[in-house]
Design a protein around this ligand. Structure first.
Ligand SMILES: C[S@@+](CC[C@H](N)C(=O)[O-])C[C@H]1O[C@@H](n2cnc3c(N)ncnc32)[C@H](O)[C@@H]1O
Length: 256
């Protein structure tokens, strides 16, 4: 076992954090650069420091995963979702059960909630929004965004679904009541099933190919028949056909 493997084993043992499914070169680079910043010389010392100080552990998690998100990220794909995919799903089921997997600070599930409220208000839709990072989930649950963070939201939606006060935007309860935020690790925890739509966008970048494939297979199993998986804009699924998916638009994969 080399030093890096030792570090992963200790992370798993001490913090229940399993990084085996992540690409080693990227992870190693990130971990080492943080250690340099914190002036920590060995993995052993790093583990010790994280055990003693929750703040250092939080910093490690922050550094490890890139949490950047945006409202209406890659707008053209949200248009495809609105114009083609959701109408298609509604032929199958009036009330959509949706999962935003790796939802970060909430921009993705709130974008979805705005589209549902605005264009498909009849159904009793629900969104499960999950992430394994408690800190981003806390921000998502609060639903408070700066003017800069909210800049991607079209003006009519801002007026209708946000309350502006003291220079911040707060999400209105008409959106929050559609969403349940929950801590969930995609590489460890069990998956719910019977989803009409699963969004997993910009999450798998650091996963090994093997981990990605396992994950996509699990998403496949969690979808109902005719359900759709919506991926990020650089994340075409190479083994889509092998898994059983049919491509219905770029970055949208349907379970037949
Ligand atoms: C770049 S953000 C993407 C946010 C949003 N989906 C989007 O496209 O804007 C990636 C998120 O994936 C989460 N993530 C990474 N690995 C995860 C895992 N194993 N289980 C759950 N969430 C994970 C990170 O915590 C981070 O919040």
């Amino acid at each position: 076992m080399d030093k890096y493997e030792y570090f992963l084993r200790e992370l798993n043992k001490n913090f229940d954090l399993d990084l085996l499914g992540y690409k080693r070169p990227q992870m190693e680079r990130r971990i080492n650069s943080l250690m340099r910043t914190l002036q920590i010389k060995t993995y052993e010392e790093f583990i010790k420091k994280m055990r003693e100080d929750q703040k250092i552990f939080n910093r490690f998690i922050d550094h490890l995963t890139i949490n950047v998100s945006e409202f209406f990220r890659n707008k053209a794909q949200w248009d495809v979702l609105k114009e083609k995919i959701i109408p298609m799903l509604l032929l199958n089921n009036k009330h959509l059960k949706i999962w935003s997997a790796g939802c970060s600070t909430g921009e993705e599930p709130y974008t979805l909630a705005m589209i549902l409220r605005e264009h498909f208000p009849e159904g009793n839709h629900s969104i499960l929004a999950t992430d394994f990072d408690t800190r981003v989930l806390n921000k998502a649950t609060r639903g408070i965004y700066s003017q800069k963070e909210a800049s991607g939201i079209p003006e009519p939606y801002l007026k209708k679904y946000f309350i502006f006060k003291n220079n911040i935007y707060r999400v209105d309860s008409s959106l929050t009541k559609l969403i349940t935020f929950k801590k969930h690790n995609l590489l460890k925890d069990t998956f719910e099933s019977n989803f009409d739509l699963i969004l997993c966008r910009n999450v798998v970048i650091y996963f090994t190919d093997e981990t990605k494939n396992q994950l996509y297979r699990k998403f496949f199993n969690s979808l109902i028949s005719k359900g759709v998986l919506f991926t990020g804009s650089t994340e075409q699924i190479i083994q889509a056909r092998e898994i059983g998916f049919k491509s219905v638009a770029i970055f949208f994969y349907q379970k037949p």
